[in-house]
Design a binder for this molecule. Sequence first.
Ligand code: PLP
Length: 426
Amino acid sequence: SSAFQAPPVLTLDELIAQRDDALRDYEALVRRGLSLDLTRGKPSARQLDLASRMLTLPSGHKAADGTDCRNYGGLQGLSELRAIFSGSLQVPVAQLVAAGNSSLSLMHDSIVHAMLGRLPGAERRWADEPRIAFLCPVPGYDRHFALCERFGIELIPVPMTDEGPDMDVVERLALEDPQIKGIWCVPKYSNPSGVSYGDETVRRLAAMPVAAPDFRIFWDNAYAVHHLTDTPAEIADLLALCEENGNPDRAFVFGSTSKITFAGGGVAFFGSSAANVAWLLGYTAKRTIGPDKINHLRHVEFLRDEDGLAEHMRHHRELIRPKFDAVETILTKELGGTGLASWSNPAGGYFISLDVLEGCAREVVSRAAGAGIALTPAGATHPYGNDPRDSTIRIAPTYPELDEVELAITGLATCVRLVGTEKLLE
Ligand code: PLP
């Protein structure tokens, strides 16, 4: 990440001149009448094209064990597909479930089942608790927060560091409040900061004493194989560490192929202790007789094995790395040394986090909208949409074409210069 550089010492006249420059650039930008969208972390059409061959698969209908995938059954999903993802999700094949197309729906169902049924270790159903709260490292993923809000789960923000959530805060809160039942974690190439959790963070999460006997870590490893460099981030094995530290049921691991194959037609995964897997599948059996095994087989034929998966991800990287590089180059050129912003330069994942001067993020997003550049609403990265410093903006560069990313980020930088200099002149 680039750190906030100290603002250069400017005279009032110099600052006014910079503001006037920015205003001129902004007016020119508005006159261009752009229509660009950097809001959501979706794969581009070209990325989806990488998996086009899947539309012709599977070539047969028999799973490795002879199961006819066209028929009912096989609640845990094809084991040969689970074997392909077992390593990257750090879950033994026997403890991994391959399900439908969305990991978010597995997170949703896990919460609903914890509400209406009893988790292993729980004294009562969450629905019978006077209050339920989750810890939310910030900045974080807005859909995690929205999911909790939908069920009346209170959101407690925890600051992020370069090594993951601030563990002193997490340990203190989880120990003192038995109503804190969970924490949201995106441990690799986090959405939106790009941070990968350090080994010590993972160990402390696994080992910390907590007040709630049914405390769960929602370990959303959505970007497990989404590297942008030659040195893939490695994170510690949460599930194994939980087991070693006497907390075998603490981790719920999630992942999916949404940003590997098709975002609308991938496969989602749940991994945990044997007890938690039995718990989830017990309820799942009431809602389905089995998952879409044809799609599982299609994924097995297409990805083949772990090496096939890694090779496929290199093709994604070839398409999206230039977009991330463009953002870094343009932000450095336009905002480097101004003291008006700092931003992440992630080694993987789908997002860049841009921090502007305190009190400026909403205004920057609003000015960008005025110039036809749609950004994720400021505040979305925080519980209840409330970024108390009003400074974090999430940039999602994967979906637009490269030239559109360049235009949009140049325009965004103009908005940051304008709002920032106006702020300093207040
Ligand atoms: N988790 C994170 C951290 C994400 O960023 C996203 C999508 O942006 C998802 C989950 C959605 O996953 P799925 O498509 O498997 O529901």
